[in-house]
Design a protein around this ligand. Structure first.
Ligand SMILES: Cc1cc2nc3c(=O)[nH]c(=O)nc-3n(C[C@H](O)[C@H](O)[C@H](O)COP(=O)(O)OP(=O)(O)OC[C@H]3O[C@@H](n4cnc5c(N)ncnc54)[C@H](O)[C@@H]3O)c2cc1C
Length: 388
């Protein structure tokens, strides 16, 4: 807890929530604009919560990879996917940021400028009010308190529970298995995700794409344990557990969403800045941090971020169409076929897809051929109802 720094009249920027988007922004500002007084106020006792944030090397530019490199705790030179009819190894690099590393690096970059254990109850463009009644003033405020329920966006969900486990014997994996769909599909699209942190330590996640947001942790936990047993991995100890319910964007009106959240500048999931299909937000958070740090004026922040979020949402219409096909047209037990077919496509196309940078030719290629969903149902998905 480093609250003393907040007694001054008001910093240049006050970040509400010390999660992924605000932490990356604070780090980038400390590198590019060390002249700015940037503070973070976080409800929890630590920055970053309980997360492992992963991304593909190809999601980021070389310069972005360089500046977030201190946060990367694990790196691999490729990854694998497994489907009932098809296995593949890809040579795209994969990286993981752990919450522990994130908290350590961001804290070191902002000494005395982080207030922990301080829930905020209201925010405005220049002020935050803490639960204990204290008011914090700033020249600018960014609200990055994570996802919020929204009636303006139609969402499906990618839900998961992950167990970090220590095995009794080496597992033999040299690269992540980002999707292993050779498991019971449990009425949706289901796959297991495994990251080998060292020769005996794995993070194993049971992930399911479903319509409803509820997460039955016991069922998912059992899914992980059963999978580990099937692979012959003898778990000596469960070190840690994390879970998530990530948004999968199907349709929506981003302008209405941002307007409903009021005039304060937003970041991260709250601003709708996530990949529509994976729910992952690290690359978008890196891009927003770069954008703001490279031209930080402290004024018009909310309008600038709103414009950026609107443009990003509009540019990703194609991914929402694919999601509607996955969620609304494909029979639940057949959804894996959509992904199995996708993973037969060329690696650069797959990389651009995850970076949300698909070209027109990529989009045509992804949609060409006999779709693995009933054609009539697919056609009903074509029209997006929300305004982009
Ligand atoms: C377990 C998990 C794993 C994920 N893995 C990946 C991944 O591998 N790659 C990827 O790109 N994405 C991943 N995601 C998705 C997404 O990137 C994360 O959810 C990401 O953390 C969202 O960033 P954010 O900054 O919007 O919110 P968060 O990182 O959730 O940050 C919000 C912060 O605000 C704080 N807060 C909330 N309310 C208040 C309040 N009232 N006052 C003060 N502080 C408050 C919270 O404590 C939190 O620290 C994962 C999500 C989860 C849940």
């Amino acid at each position: 807890m480093q609250a003393d720094a907040f007694d001054s009249s008001g910093p240049d920027l006050l970040l509400i929530g010390g999660g992924l988007a605000n932490g990356l922004l604070a780090l980038r500002l400390s590198q590019v604009r060390p002249d700015l007084d940037v503070r973070i106020v976080e409800a929890a006792d630590t920055l970053g919560g309980v997360h492992t944030w992963s991304f593909f090397e190809s999601d980021l530019t070389a310069s972005q990879q360089a500046w977030i490199d201190p946060l990367v705790a694990h790196r691999w030179s490729g990854y694998a996917v497994r489907f009932p009819q098809f296995d593949r190894s890809l040579s795209t690099g994969y990286r993981s940021v752990t919450a522990e590393r994130f908290a350590a690096v961001v804290s070191a970059a902002l000494p005395g400028q982080i207030m922990l254990g301080a829930p905020v109850v209201s925010v405005s463009e220049t002020e935050a009010v803490l639960a204990d009644g204290r008011r914090l003033m700033a020249r600018a405020v960014i609200d990055g308190r994570g996802p919020v329920n929204t009636p303006d966006l139609a969402l499906g969900f990618q839900k998961f529970v992950g167990l970090e486990v220590r095995l009794a014997a080496p597992h033999g994996l040299t690269a992540p298995i980002v999707m292993d769909a050779r498991v019971d599909q449990a009425g949706g699209y289901r796959f297991l995700y495994t990251l080998p942190f060292d020769d005996r330590t794995l993070l194993i996640e049971d992930t399911r794409y479903t319509d409803a947001a509820e997460l039955d942790r016991d069922v998912f936990r059992k899914g992980v344990l059963d999978y580990a047993a099937q692979q012959g991995w003898d778990i000596a100890e469960v070190l840690r557990e994390e879970d998530g319910v990530l948004p999968v964007a199907l349709d929506g009106d981003i302008t209405a969403h941002l307007t409903r959240l009021g005039p304060t500048a937003l970041s991260g999931l709250r601003a709708g800045l996530f990949h529509p299909t994976t729910g992952y937000s690290l690359p978008d958070a890196v891009r927003l941090a770069d954008r703001l740090a490279n031209d930080f004026q402290g004024v018009n922040l909310a309008a600038d971020i709103r414009r950026h979020a609107g443009e990003v949402w509009a540019a990703r219409r194609f991914y929402r169409l694919l999601n509607r096909m996955l969620f609304r047209a494909a029979r639940p037990e057949e959804r894996y076929r959509v992904l199995e077919r996708f993973y037969r496509l060329p690696q650069p196309l797959i990389e651009r897809f995850y970076a949300a940078g698909s070209t027109l030719a990529d989009k045509a290629r992804i949609l060409s051929g006999k779709p693995p969903v009933p054609i009539g149902a697919a056609l009903t998905c074509l029209v997006e109802k929300g305004r982009a």
